[in-house]
Design a binder for this molecule. Structure first.
Ligand SMILES: [Zn+2]
Length: 222
């Protein structure tokens, strides 16, 4: 069965962009006899208080677009242990390393940029020695990145058509975890879509370029 999902990030009341995305996900799944599941992407609990999530559930019900489950919806803010398990799988393989770069270092004018404006990580902290890491940790807590391969990841999007990225060249090592311990969107999305049995993702075009990273993580996490 086709299983789609709504995955709003409740940093405010629902807006037209959320609504359009939910409607399209609903239409796509329902037109094929499928179901739609609801997941609240509230990893950043400061930005996403529970009352906004509750309001989204109410608004969807009022619009006749209620999800088919789970009940209650799945809250990413309650799943840190699960993300930790999968994070550790990558860390145990030596694929995760600490990054001490500041925002201003990452966004320096000389930093390479993608066509969508995002910064490509230059790999500055990729080869720090244990001694260098220990020294830097005295000054600031690191965020954590995953080492990506020099490999092209290609897929065909149902609307946008073929899309491919070489992860090393077009993206660079990306964040799995913030310095404050919050897991990154890229990791949580992959783990949740897999565990929820999601077979179809309908989402904004701004997330097209996240898909190669997520397909690669999906593969690496088995
Ligand atoms: Zn760094």
């Amino acid at each position: 069965m086709i299983t789609g999902r709504y995955a709003p990030s409740p940093s405010g009341r629902m807006h037209l962009g959320n609504l359009l995305c939910c409607l399209l996900a609903w239409l796509s799944a329902k037109s094929k006899g499928g179901q739609v599941l609801l997941r609240i992407e509230d990893l950043d609990t400061q930005r996403c208080p529970r009352h906004f999530a509750d309001a989204i559930v109410e608004d969807l019900a009022w619009l006749g677009l209620s999800a088919d489950g789970p009940e209650p919806p799945l809250y990413q803010s309650e799943r840190a242990e699960i993300y930790q398990y999968y994070y550790d799988k990558l860390a145990d393989r030596g694929l995760v390393y600490p990054c001490f770069c500041s925002r201003s270092q990452l966004h320096a004018a000389s930093a390479p940029h993608r066509s969508d404006g995002q910064v490509i990580y230059a790999g500055t902290c990729r080869h720090l020695t244990p001694a260098q890491v220990a020294e830097k940790r005295k000054i600031r807590a690191p965020a954590w990145r995953v080492r990506v391969p020099d490999e092209e990841i290609a897929f065909v999007d149902g609307h946008m058509g073929p899309y491919a990225e070489n992860l090393a060249r077009d993206c660079g090592d990306f964040y799995l975890r913030r310095a404050d311990g919050v897991f990154a969107y890229q990791l949580a999305v992959v783990v949740d879509d897999a565990l929820m049995g999601v077979t179809e993702v309908v989402r904004g075009a701004d997330l097209l370029s996240s898909t190669p990273r997520q397909l690669w993580l999906y593969r690496e996490l088995g």
